[in-house]
Write a protein of this length. Structure first.
Length: 140
């Protein structure tokens, strides 16, 4: 992701488009509090940006709470405008919501015509979390 952050940052800076008119999303590729906190700052430096509009935890990990804590602190410091999840199930989303003040805005989950995730969709909607599909056509 290091190369992509730098390329995206360069493109944004050269585009002439105001930063507030761009919605920049990235994923935390680290696990745990310290590594994630460091990773956020490194990603911002590489992307030559002051903030990301959305940072998503790519997968539930052994220390998802530590990872989320680092994201919440970055959110409170203005480095992130919102926080999201990817591949988190009902219990994992609940654990995040029960332990933090900042609610995730999105959960990216595998959803397609063949895997509709109706129960999870209902749960996310009830909790005002956007259900974002990955693999909507049933493959990569």
């Amino acid at each position: 992701m290091a190369l992509e952050h730098a390329e995206v940052g360069n493109a944004i800076n050269k585009s002439g488009i105001k930063r507030e008119d761009i919605f920049l999303t990235t994923k935390a590729q680290t696990s745990g509090y310290r590594e994630t906190k460091k990773g956020i700052d490194e990603s911002l430096i590489r992307a030559q940006q002051d903030y990301f509009d959305l940072m998503i935890i790519h997968w539930p990990m052994s220390d998802s709470l530590g990872t989320y804590q680092a994201l919440e602190e970055a959110y409170q410091a203005g480095k992130l405008r919102s926080i999201g999840l990817s591949n988190f199930n009902h219990d994992q989303v609940n654990e995040i919501m029960n332990n933090f003040d900042t609610k995730p805005v999105v959960d990216q989950i595998e959803t397609s015509v063949f895997k509709q995730q109706k129960k999870m969709h209902k749960y996310l909607i009830e909790n005002n979390i956007v259900h974002e599909s990955w693999s909507p056509l049933g493959e990569g």
